[in-house]
Design a protein around this ligand. Structure first.
Ligand SMILES: CC(C)(COP(=O)(O)OP(=O)(O)OC[C@H]1O[C@@H](n2cnc3c(N)ncnc32)[C@H](O)[C@@H]1OP(=O)(O)O)[C@@H](O)C(=O)NCCC(=O)NCCS
Length: 334
């Protein structure tokens, strides 16, 4: 019979985040899309977002967030045996961003790979990290979500130019006496994969795409909005059921930061009591896709230190359409 390893429970040991220094207010976006600061605030909640400089890369941002998460975790970088990097904006097919990251971090022997689950990427990664540790395949896993969406935005597109932004967020997940991460509820609705697209493909350039064409993100805003409001609150309820908890046991709700109206509607549908602190970091960060949940978590813990160690419901969703979420015990104070 094949030998199997004994795993252990796992939990988040820390979270770290990095956001570029350049703050971009709505006023800088509106002229090209015939919009207004008021419309963007009302429809999305976004007031400002961060854009990276031209020479600030996905790897630069990922490294900064990871270094913060690692230093807060109390774990030496060499003890991390697995690195999962979630992104849709790393501009190379191979080698992976994760291998470039571990070389930079000075831990080039760790298992490392990229995943593409769009705005659900971080929660997909957290689910995998938990399962790797439970199965004994890994002991300390670094999960990072990072995006430089400003490189893939058409500033003239009324459906996306004001939504997406740049940044990185990371967590170190390690063994724990008690379960600190619930089973992950995840899935897709691949019949709706045209609802969010990045087109044309890189190959279009080889085959002579016209000058001025560049892969940009586009979306059917209303389709995504309706799907998120209808399906993601149901997914949130299933996540809590899988974790064996009721809404009043949550300290925080940290959903993907796509739109405050979606966040508010999910909280209502899931009947979260007022005691649950809701992350609405989208107001100053925009939608940073795979980075949005850990950036929001880091900001929430800075604002509400009493939430360290409490339970939080995480849920990410996006292009695919895909989603994933879990209940986690927030990291202890660092
Ligand atoms: C993109 C989004 C903010 C658009 O808001 P909306 O309320 O659905 O907007 P609609 O497309 O229905 O357009 C409503 C009106 O606003 C106008 N409008 C559309 N985009 C506009 C813009 N950028 N600025 C100003 N007005 C705009 C439309 O022309 C329309 O005008 P009309 O009523 O006179 O015809 C919203 O659909 C959304 O957030 N969807 C979810 C997207 C998302 O979360 N994506 C990421 C998931 S990972």
């Amino acid at each position: 019979m094949i030998k199997v390893r004994e795993g252990s429970n796992s939990r988040m040991l820390s979270v770290g985040a990095y956001q570029p220094s350049r703050i971009v207010p709505n006023s800088e976006i509106v002229d090209k899309i015939d919009s207004s600061d008021e419309w963007i605030r009302q429809r999305t909640g976004i007031e400002t977002r961060r854009f990276a400089d031209a020479d600030e890369s996905v790897l630069d941002m990922a490294e900064a967030a990871c270094r913060q998460a690692i230093s807060r975790s109390g774990i030496a970088v060499e003890d991390i045996d697995t690195v999962i990097l979630a992104s849709i904006t790393y501009p190379f097919q191979a080698p992976s961003a994760a291998t470039a990251l571990i070389a930079r971090l000075g831990n080039p022997k760790a298992a490392a790979f990229d995943i593409n689950a769009a705005c659900a990427g971080f929660c997909y990664g957290v689910g995998m990290a938990n399962d790797f540790i439970r199965a004994g395949s890994s002991k300390y896993v670094l999960v990072v979500g990072v995006e430089k969406l400003s490189d893939f935005l058409d500033p003239y597109d009324r459906g996306t130019a004001f939504i997406f932004a740049d940044g990185a967020g990371a967590t170190v997940i390690g063994p724990s006496d008690e379960p600190g991460i619930s089973p992950t509820i995840w899935g897709a609705d691949a019949d709706s994969r045209d609802a969010i697209l990045m087109e044309p493909t890189w190959l279009a350039f080889k085959h002579g795409a016209p000058d001025g064409i560049w892969p940009n993100i586009s979306q059917q805003g209303q389709t995504v909005f309706r799907w998120a409001v209808f399906s993601m609150s149901k997914a949130g309820i299933r996540i809590m059921e899988a974790a064996g908890i009721t809404p009043d046991q949550l300290g925080a709700f940290i959903p993907h930061q796509a739109n405050v109206r979606i966040i508010d509607s999910m909280a209502r549908e899931m009947k979260l009591p007022e005691s649950v602190v809701i992350a609405d970091n989208i107001r100053t960060s925009g939608n940073t896709s795979a980075a949005s949940v850990p950036i929001a978590m880091s900001a929430l813990l800075e604002e509400h230190p009493e939430l360290h160690g409490q339970l939080a419901l995480l849920i990410g969703y996006g292009a695919g359409l895909v989603y994933a979420g879990q209940v986690v015990q927030l990291p202890p104070k660092w």
